[in-house]
Design a protein around this ligand. Sequence first.
Ligand code: VGL
Ligand code: ZN
Length: 198
Amino acid sequence: MTTALIVIDMQTDFCPGGALAVAGGDDIVTPINALMRDFGAVVLTQDWHPADHASFASNHPGTAPFSLTQMPYGPQVLWPDHCVIDTPGADFHPGLDLSRADLVIRKGFRPGIDSYSAFFENDRATPTGLAGYLRDRGLSDLTFVGLAHDFCVAWSAIDAARLGFTATVIEAATRAIDLDGSRDRARADMRAAGVNLE
Ligand code: VGL
Ligand code: ZN
């Protein structure tokens, strides 16, 4: 089978009660577990930030979470502290079936740069290594689910399409942060990049 399910950032901090909670984030755990059986491979991503990470508003005195700043690599939303390495918020949701994962790819671990996409950091140039892994295994047909629809899922699916993979997002198995219309923008950007929205 050439298909892979890429499960994006299904972590405690992105679910209700977490530091960067996405509304309804935990509703998609059971559907994602069920989907895992239908794919030739399952990859999980894990947002994994040091406490001094540049994407945290707390590391930019005078700024508020959800404000926009300029980084050397481009615009960056400043977030509440989330998914800090080795804290409970970085754990996978306790209901997620980890047993089916062939690979866990961590991202966002360099202090100075964020990484929404599973393929590249936010400079859109520094690779995570995932593309090579998928190509080596002959996994060309990728389906994306998880959190958040309008950030890490969208950036991952768009990069996948750009890299020549077939990319599909099952929107019912995602939830959006929806910051200033980011959900609709992400949908338009994904369509423009050739991502299939199901
Ligand atoms: C995400 C904001 C910051 C995501 C990760 O998983 O969509 N969003 N870090
Ligand atoms: Zn993050």
